[in-house]
Design a protein. Structure first.
Length: 201
């Protein structure tokens, strides 16, 4: 299945609307906006914030501006917003279906991931982006579809972090990215895959 088709499938579970025109857009746009695509037609975390009536604040202290390049700052913003987005989606599933696994476990992990990013923002004197996703996500109609969305989301998250590791230089930020990538690949993704297989029978 093509990536745009996957994103459209997952996006059907969101209450935030948008167009799907980006599926036929330039390759450079698909590379620039990475992460979990739970919003239909959204091209990334920053555009999703705008669509919700918010905008991410990329400004920080002069000290931060002198130590981090703009691409790294953008990567940090997209990373924490991706954690916000996943947490909100998984919480929406719990709100609809109850304390079901693996969502009840992974939602807590996503909260810890967001806190990790908050500490890095604070270290570099950057303002922490607001969570514009909490309460703005909708769960799918059944658990099988929710687990399938979880699979697609975690794969996209791994790809996003792989991309960031190609240009982020700071050792502490790279360590955070590597740790979160490992969590998605070795724990979250397999958990959703097991869930989907179980419900497919």
């Amino acid at each position: 299945m093509r990536k745009c088709q996957k994103n459209q499938f997952i996006g059907e579970f969101s209450g935030v609307g948008g167009s799907n025109s980006h599926c036929g857009g330039k390759q450079e746009n698909r590379k620039r906006h990475r992460g979990r695509h739970f919003q239909k037609g959204m091209m990334g975390a920053l555009l999703a914030s705008t669509a919700l009536g918010f905008s991410a604040d990329l400004t920080g202290s002069s000290q931060a501006a002198s130590t981090l390049n703009s691409e790294t700052v953008k990567a940090m913003v997209e990373s924490i917003e991706d954690e916000y987005k996943a947490r909100a989606f998984y919480q929406a599933v719990i709100d609809k279906f109850g304390e079901v696994r693996p969502f009840s476990n992974i939602v807590n992990a996503e909260a810890k991931h967001a806190e990790m990013w908050k500490s890095i923002f604070a270290k570099y004197g950057l303002e922490v982006p607001r969570d514009n996703y909490a309460g703005n996500m909708e769960a799918p109609e059944n658990m099988k579809a929710a687990c399938e969305a979880g699979i697609e989301g975690e794969i996209a998250n791994i790809e996003m972090y792989d991309n960031f590791l190609t240009f982020v230089k700071e050792a502490d930020i790279r360590a955070a990215i590597a740790k979160l990538r490992t969590a998605s690949k070795e724990r979250h993704l397999p958990a959703f895959q097991r869930c989907a297989r179980r419900l497919a029978n």
